[in-house]
Design a protein around this ligand. Structure first.
Ligand SMILES: Cc1cc2nc3c(=O)[nH]c(=O)nc-3n(C[C@H](O)[C@H](O)[C@H](O)COP(=O)(O)OP(=O)(O)OC[C@H]3O[C@@H](n4cnc5c(N)ncnc54)[C@H](O)[C@@H]3O)c2cc1C
Length: 377
């Protein structure tokens, strides 16, 4: 019978890829040892670590070589994300923000008709830096997923550009990133994405870091915008709101590779613990088999099936994997017993990170799928 580690092992050509080797090395030597500190609000993610990942090409794995990336296949990218998220949730979460502005500046928006969006001047200006990740970006966009009155409004400014007013509740990586992409709703039913320096400016009040039970070291702050001017040159995208929302529903339907990385890590640790305790070994085997089967399905949907197909299956799967990750992390706590709750133990951190994977990029339909999975388990 294969071990959990074998069940989750990538195909040999993926394991041998230089990006995977570089991720493994950085995780073991640099990011893993700092993970307890990165989780701690008083210390936090070391700003040098996202830069080290970027310098190794690991924030540009799928970007073509000609644009400063590694030009690797999606399966390689997925493997690097799984390894990083299974090593340090906080570092993964800071760098994952970069993916949206990078994608939005470098390629057409998937699932949105070309006529429904316009790239602004900031796309061409920042494209090389974002693609190669020599310029790091964060985002404040989750509020445009909420129905009802816009949380951040964009009014056209006299002489071009926009004036932004409202509250963006979440912005991770403040002080680590170079640029921040802020989404706002226009009076004509469009979303404007401004790409501005991650720095104080008139009309922008940066709140104190949120007092978080997890991801406390990710420098996550609220942004209060009070008639903040955005120059026309700072606009990255201007997109039809309904078209963006429809495309976002397809994107958020998929299981995040990071969740799979955490699931894999806790199951491998459970199996290691089970080497000395047969009753733990059985649980690790059962959860490992289920987890590996769900992961294979998630990989197939993400990589092989075009977006827009089998959306209901993707959402159901995302709910089931989130639930299994929470259950597996808690099984590890139960198996480790009291010492798992020491702040020096990784088990309590992984249990909190599993909780976080429930809410990251959560939409109403994803939340329903998660609740259905909890009800069924
Ligand atoms: C530690 C942390 C860091 C984060 N960092 C970032 C970041 O850097 N950038 C960023 O953009 N976001 C960030 N987020 C936001 C994260 O992606 C959101 O938590 C997630 O999208 C859920 O949204 P919400 O928390 O605003 O919850 P809610 O407002 O409850 O929304 C959850 C979802 O439910 C749906 N919904 C809400 N109300 C209704 C309703 N009345 N009717 C129907 N559907 C509804 C919406 O689709 C919404 O997306 C962060 C969150 C956390 C916890």
């Amino acid at each position: 019978m294969p071990t959990v580690e074998e069940l989750f092992a990538p195909p040999p050509e993926v394991a041998a890829h230089p990006a995977v080797a570089a991720t493994t090395r950085l995780c073991a030597d640099v990011i893993g040892p700092h993970a307890p500190a990165a989780d701690d609000p008083g210390r936090g993610v070391d700003p040098a670590h996202p830069r080290a990942l970027a310098a190794a090409g690991l924030l540009s794995v799928r970007i073509p070589v000609a644009e400063g990336g590694l030009g690797a296949a999606q399966r390689v990218d997925v493997e690097t994300v799984e390894l990083l998220a299974g090593t340090c949730g906080a570092t993964w979460f800071v760098v994952t923000q970069h993916r949206n502005p990078q994608a939005d500046s470098t390629s057409p928006i998937k699932g949105v008709a070309a006529g429904a969006y316009r790239h602004g001047p900031a796309a061409a200006r920042h494209r090389p830096g974002l693609a190669a990740a020599t310029t790091l970006a964060g985002i404040a966009v989750a509020h445009i997923r909420r129905p009802g009155a816009p949380a951040v409004r964009a009014e056209p400014a006299a002489g071009g550009g926009w004036r932004l007013t409202g509250t963006a509740a979440w912005c991770t990586g403040w002080g680590i990133t170079d640029l921040t992409m802020i989404a706002a709703t226009t009076p004509t039913g469009r979303f404007v994405f401004a790409l501005v320096p991650t720095a104080p400016r008139p009309g922008l009040r940066v709140g104190t870091p949120a007092p978080l039970a997890v991801m406390g070291g990710t420098r996550t702050v609220p942004l209060e915008l009070d008639d903040m001017a955005v120059a026309g040159a700072e606009v990255l995208l201007d997109v039809d709101a309904a078209a963006w929302t429809a495309a976002d529903a397809l994107r958020t339907a998929d299981t995040r590779p990071a969740t799979l990385g955490l699931l894999r890590r806790v199951l491998v640790e459970l199996e290691r613990l089970g080497r000395r305790r047969p009753e733990v070994c059985d649980v690790a085997g059962a959860l490992g088999e289920r987890g590996a089967a769900l992961r294979d399905e998630a990989h197939a949907l993400l990589i092989d099936v075009p977006a827009g197909e089998r959306t209901a299956d993707r959402i159901r799967l995302r709910g089931e994997i989130a639930e299994l990750t929470v259950r597996s992390a808690n099984a590890l706590v139960a198996a480790r017993a009291g010492s798992a709750t020491l702040l020096t133990s990784p088990e309590q951190r992984w249990a909190r990170e599993a909780m976080f994977h429930l809410v990251q990029g959560q939409t109403d339909i994803v939340r329903r799928a998660q609740l259905a999975a909890f009800a069924a388990s």
